[in-house]
Design a protein around this ligand. Structure first.
Ligand SMILES: N[C@@H](CCC(=O)N[C@@H](CS)C(=O)NCC(=O)O)C(=O)O
Length: 200
């Protein structure tokens, strides 16, 4: 498998999960501005949507969209702790969390990368994110991870996108449980290895 990634983006979450699962993979860096891969290919021919993450399977199939990639990866490894079994009640809870992280946190923070965003609009996005973090603070004050007491794929995703807060003057110290959660995940060997490999 090949993971097309760019540093400081959402592709860190499947990268972490590949390492957590001990799966063999190759990293291919993408220049997100030029839409070129490090080996000189036009990234638009790999993912015509023009964004990371993209996972190339051994038969050449390309899979995109972070939550789909995460679920694909966990299903490669039977009985992993990173996700509940397919079709179990808890699996739908996991999908609920992946949808929340994708649409509320990832998509909520993404506009702040746009340097031309008017300040007032930026403040509205920040205010909405703060509400979502207030909600997450309540959850993570009661349990260590989104699905309970075990780290899973939704945590790899939330950790990845929450990490952008340092770029956007959103101080996680306002949410002590969320800060401890981020530190806990950041200390995992697979997370450190993934970040080292990406140079972040
Ligand atoms: N809907 C996609 C969005 C992926 C996405 O937002 N990728 C960003 C990095 S976090 C990107 O590569 N953006 C480059 C661009 O849109 O030009 C997903 O959920 O995986």
């Amino acid at each position: 498998m090949k993971l097309y990634y760019a540093p400081v983006t959402c592709s860190l979450s499947p990268h972490i999960v590949l390492r957590e699962l001990g799966l063999p993979f190759e990293l291919v860096r993408v220049d997100n501005r030029k839409k070129m891969t490090q080996d000189g290919r036009d990234f638009m021919t790999i993912n015509p949507k023009g964004y990371v993450a993209a996972l190339e399977l051994d038969d050449g199939t390309i899979l995109t969209e972070g939550p789909a990639i995460l679920l694909y990866l966990v299903d490669l490894v039977p009985h992993t702790d990173l996700a509940p079994p397919t079709a179990s009640r808890e699996r739908y809870r996991l999908q609920e969390w992946l949808a929340f992280v994708n649409s509320e946190i990832h998509a909520g923070l993404a506009p702040l990368f746009d340097a031309s965003l008017p300040a007032a609009a930026g403040e509205r996005f920040r205010a909405k994110i703060r509400k979502r973090f207030d909600y997450l603070e309540g959850v993570l004050a009661r349990q260590d991870y989104l699905m309970g007491e075990r780290f899973g794929v939704a945590d790899a995703y939330l950790y990845t996108v929450m990490d952008w807060c340092r770029l956007f003057a959103i101080d996680l110290a306002h949410w002590p449980a969320l800060s401890r959660y981020s530190e806990r995940i950041g200390a995992r060997p697979a997370v450190r290895e993934a970040r080292d490999a990406e140079g972040t």
